[in-house]
Write a protein that binds this ligand. Structure first.
Ligand code: RAM
Length: 952
């Protein structure tokens, strides 16, 4: 015995010694700073993140060391002149704040990291990554705002669409160049060129913000674009969101319909060149620049672009061009708060080929791209005599007679025109400063070319990294997922828009908040929504309410400039809290919580005031806004849920999220306060809105005949609706004891409605998750697999390649119902079911912050689906959950990232029937049995890939 224990201790010593000497098997990947891989940043304490991968099991980080140096050479010798974090005993591998020497403007820093694993073994150093600071102080800018008001060149036409100003200068760079940077911003949108070459691939910089509060700039490494000798610097400007048409101002007859922020676009750019001898030179926009006009006769986001190739001055972007007839630019001295663009720029995400062509008479035909998307077309090598006018009109659908359906674009002209210069070698073109939402383009003015290769579709979207995938053996669900992904691409375009086609394209807050959880499983939306949360905070009304869309241009009187009545609404305004929370939860972003907290608190105070101190928003609480009560369960079918009941649920939900966020930033008093508030709201809702049988009730008489409310045909509201129960369950309003009854009511409401949904924007998001959470997964499956109206499957069987605004946007054989009013074929709100795909079908749940601990609890379909696989590249690493039915067996393949703990739910009640990675569950050391619960066996695991076979 003694000998045995002696040998055991000896073994232990040897093993420990070995482990200290041994290298960890973990690799460090995906180094990011402020969510970016190639980071130009303006934070003085940037947050660093790294990913960890390993073939092993239960791998963890226990400590890390970060080195930051001002050159790659220093870093290679481990000489961290900026920051050596030293060994930090911490498992954190994301959002680690830089804490080294002060980072000044333009500073480029190189960094690497290594970690210690669970055995104390050290990894290799990661690859070297870098980040570079932008211009942190206003005084770093010597460039001036320049432009030219060309409005007089297009007076008295139906639309006010002036030509684009062309700007240029030349400069001699006398010495060999070491490096060069372009810092550039516009009020409007721009393209910039050096020696004729376009810089970057971005569309519509510098994006849409409340330009009076902040304007973004971009940084480009242009070392390769400049040369010793004479260089030319030039730019073209478009009106963009700054000076162009916005939203439905034309449609609703607002006096001002364009130029909401300024009358004409302006550019501010400086190129900073460093020579090999250490000296430097700067070229910047100022009064010495020249302005002219060219081929771009009109350029507007909603109206489209008109280009006359014969008017484009030859080689105007080259140094050799003679600009002596051009004018001096206008210099506008206006102070703007310049910040580095925090998001990812809009770029071409996909290039689509034309699928079909339909003749439409003499010199007219329609091209079908087979996919609804947002973007532009590219014309390639077309030949036509000088002066030939080619017109492009865009539509999402065709009318029954085969013509292009443009009625649903309302007042968005969405027309591009190209006028040939008559080049015998062929002409190519695509617009720069507009985009459209479409599948079909009607081309007129030329004969249809023989080959369809003369035209391509360029899909435009904010350049967000794909992080998720969803695949099943069910064609309907796969198509649905594709529709969701395409609709997200089409509407995550600088801001989260409602739709890309009609005269709207506003970042509606309600749509954004119901969809955001779904969005994050498809692409990395952290940087994108960081930008948008700022837009939201910037747009908060003085009374504390967040607006119904943001950015929200305001008139000098302080009301919405696009339509004066646009203000706030329950379910929409709550985005200020909910969207901030989603970033916090998915990416453990404490910084955004700290920055948004004053705004969110102000909003919570606003809701309290609205409740008149009662903690419940009673019937009529929002009767002063337009529409009365707000948008409610927008576009629901049949049942009309009381908007104030919903508002009360949201009030409760926000209070809960506030508590969680307060805890996340260690503000325990604030957390306790919101805990108290949420309890009061819950009690007040119970008292006011629940009857003795536990049913939601409302005082309908308070709404009279509901005039002024959004009722769409029905004149009374109810509390006993699918939407009410789905939301209340989803938001955690019921104690466990009442949950079963609520679940039963919800199930009954669906059953009694012919097993169909009746929900709108606010009701659909929680519907399937709520059913699943009360054990009615089969009913959730029934709804998602249904092809009957109203359902998402109904859209698919009616030919959808994107998510529609309405449950009945189009019906084969019957046609359109709502075009003239509101009928978008690219509206992501109902795509909010993606959340259920990932969190219930795949079963991935974030049970702490940033997926540091997860639950995998897939819901196996009762029928029609035999295989499903979801993958999600969380900020902690890739999570995979797939299941397949194989006779009586279920095969699960699950991957848990390094540094993550997971509880896997295996769909079986019999431990003996479970095999994990080839071994029976009870003799498999990689998993720890926890418990049986509701038809699942729960096991605890660390990182690794698990192949699990089970039987009921
Ligand atoms: C529509 C928008 C949006 C919705 C609002 C209430 O015009 O398209 O989807 O949120 O109205």
């Amino acid at each position: 015995m003694k000998l045995q224990s002696y040998i055991f201790s000896l073994l232990l010593i040897i093993l420990t010694a070995q482990s200290i000497l041994a290298k960890s098997s973990i690799s460090l990947v995906d180094l990011k700073v402020e969510y970016k891989r190639i980071p130009f940043i303006d934070q003085s304490q940037p947050r660093l993140s790294w990913g960890l991968t390993s073939e092993g099991f239960a791998q963890k980080q226990t400590a890390y060391r970060i080195l930051v140096a001002s050159s790659e050479e220093l870093l290679a010798e481990n000489k961290a002149d900026l920051w050596d974090s030293k060994k930090v005993d911490d498992a954190r591998n994301i959002q680690v704040e830089y804490a080294g020497k002060d980072l000044l403007s333009r500073k480029k820093a190189f960094w690497k990291v290594q970690i210690w694993d669970q055995l104390g073994q050290l990894t290799e150093w990661s690859k070297v990554s870098f980040f570079e600071l932008g211009l942190l102080n206003a005084s770093d800018w010597s460039a001036q705002w320049i432009g030219c008001d060309l409005n007089m060149l297009n007076k008295n036409k139906e639309l006010q669409l002036p030509p684009s100003p062309y700007l240029r200068t030349t400069s001699i760079l006398k010495k060999p160049i070491k490096k060069a940077r372009l810092y550039i911003s516009s009020l409007g949108v721009h393209e910039f060129y050096i020696n004729g070459n376009r810089i970057g691939k971005d569309y519509f910089p510098s994006g849409w913000t409340d330009y009076n509060k902040r304007v973004y700039y971009q940084v480009y490494d242009v070392t390769e674009d400049v040369k010793q000798g004479v260089n030319s610097f030039s730019a073209v400007l478009g009106a963009g969101w700054y000076a162009g048409y916005l939203g439905y101002a034309l449609l609703v007859g607002t006096a001002k319909t364009y130029g909401f922020y300024g009358d004409f676009p302006l550019l501010k750019a400086q190129v900073e060149v460093e020579f090999t001898d250490g000296s430097s030179q700067r070229i910047h926009t100022d009064k010495s620049w020249k302005v002219g006009t060219g081929g771009i006769l009109e350029a507007d986001l909603l109206a489209g672009e008109r280009f006359d190739a014969s008017l484009e001055p030859t080689n105007w972007r080259l140094a050799s061009f003679n600009d002596k007839h051009w004018d001096a630019v206008t210099v506008v001295s206006v102070e703007r708060n310049l910040q580095l663009y925090p998001s990812q720029a809009v770029q071409v995400s996909d290039t689509l080929t034309a699928k079909k062509i339909y003749p439409r008479g003499e010199k007219k035909f329609i091209i079908d791209f087979g996919q609804n998307f947002a973007g532009i077309v590219q014309l390639i090598n077309l030949k036509a005599p000088k002066g030939t006018v080619l017109q492009l009109r865009y539509g999402e659908m065709l009318n029954p007679d085969g013509s292009l359906m443009t009625e649903n674009l309302r007042r968005a002209r969405a027309t591009d025109t190209y006028i040939f210069r008559g080049d015998s070698k062929g002409e190519s073109w695509s617009p720069k400063f507009t985009y459209h939402g479409f599948q079909f383009v009607e081309v007129s003015g030329i004969h249809a070319p023989q080959e369809l290769s003369f035209i391509k579709g360029l899909a435009l979207s904010s350049n967000l990294e794909k992080v998720g995938s969803f695949e099943t053996d069910n064609a309907l669900l796969n198509q649905l997922y594709s529709n969701i992904v395409w609709t997200q691409k089409a509407n995550y375009l600088d801001i989260p828009t409602d739709c890309p086609q009609r005269d709207e394209r506003l970042a509606w807050t309600g749509d954004a908040q119901v969809y955001m959880r779904s969005a994050l499983y498809n692409t990395d939306i952290a940087a994108f929504h960081t930008k948008w949360i700022q837009d939201l905070n910037d747009a908060q009304w003085d009374n504390g309410a967040y607006p119904i869309y943001a950015p929200m241009p305001k008139s000098p009187q302080g009301v919405a400039a696009i339509r004066a009545e646009d203000s706030f609404s329950p379910g929409w305004s709550d985005a200020g809290v909910i969207c901030t929370y989603e970033i916090f939860k998915a990416y453990q972003d404490e910084r955004i919580v700290r920055a948004s907290m004053p705004f969110m608190k102000k909003y919570m105070d606003f809701l309290y005031t609205r409740s008149h101190g009662t903690y419940v928003l009673a019937e009529g609480a929002f009767e002063d806004i337009s529409p009365k009560g707000g948008f409610g369960d927008w576009l629901s079918i049949g049942e009309k849920t009381s908007p104030d009941l919903l508002a009360s649920f949201y009030y409760y939900y926000c209070a809960r999220l506030m508590k969680e966020m307060a805890l996340g930033v260690s503000d325990y008093d604030l957390a306790a306060n919101y805990e108290k508030i949420s309890k009061r709201i819950k009690a007040a809702i119970k008292q006011h809105y629940i009857d003795k049988d536990g049913r939601f009730k409302i005082q309908n008489s308070r709404y009279g005949n509901a005039a002024g409310y959004v009722t769409e045909g029905s004149d009374s509201f109810s509390g006993f609706t699918q939407t009410a129960y789905a939301n209340a369950i989803y938001m955690g309003l019921f104690e466990q004891a009442d949950l079963d009854l609520a679940g039963k009511y919800l199930e009954d409401l669906v059953e009694k409605n012919d097993r169909k949904l009746s929900t709108g924007f606010l009701g659909f998001k929680p519907l399937l998750p709520a059913l699943s959470s009360v054990g009615k997964s089969a009913q959730a499956y029934h709804l998602i697999l249904s092809e009957a109206y109203p359902s998402l499957g109904f859209e698919v069987v009616n030919g959808a390649t994107s998510i529609w605004e309405r449950w009945d946007s189009y019906i084969k054989g019957e046609g359109f119902r709502h075009n003239a009013a509101m009928n978008s074929f690219s509206h992501y709100a109902f795509g909010s079911v993606n959340e259920w795909f990932f969190e219930h079908m795949g079963g991935i749940k974030n049970t702490s912050l940033a997926y540091k601990t997860i639950q995998i609890r897939p819901e196996i379909a009762p029928e029609k689906v035999n295989y499903a696989s979801v993958k999600y590249q969380s900020i902690q690493g890739e999570i995979v959950s797939s299941w397949r039915k194989q006779g009586e067996k279920i095969i699960q393949i699950i991957t848990v990232p390094v540094n993550v703990d997971a509880v896997i739910h295996i769909p079986s009640d019999v431990v003996q029937n479970v095999i994990v990675n080839g071994k029976p569950l009870n003799s498999q050391p990689l998993v720890k049995y926890l418990r049986k619960d509701n038809g699942y066996i729960q096991v605890q695991v660390g990182s690794g890939t698990y192949h699990i076979e089970s039987q009921k």
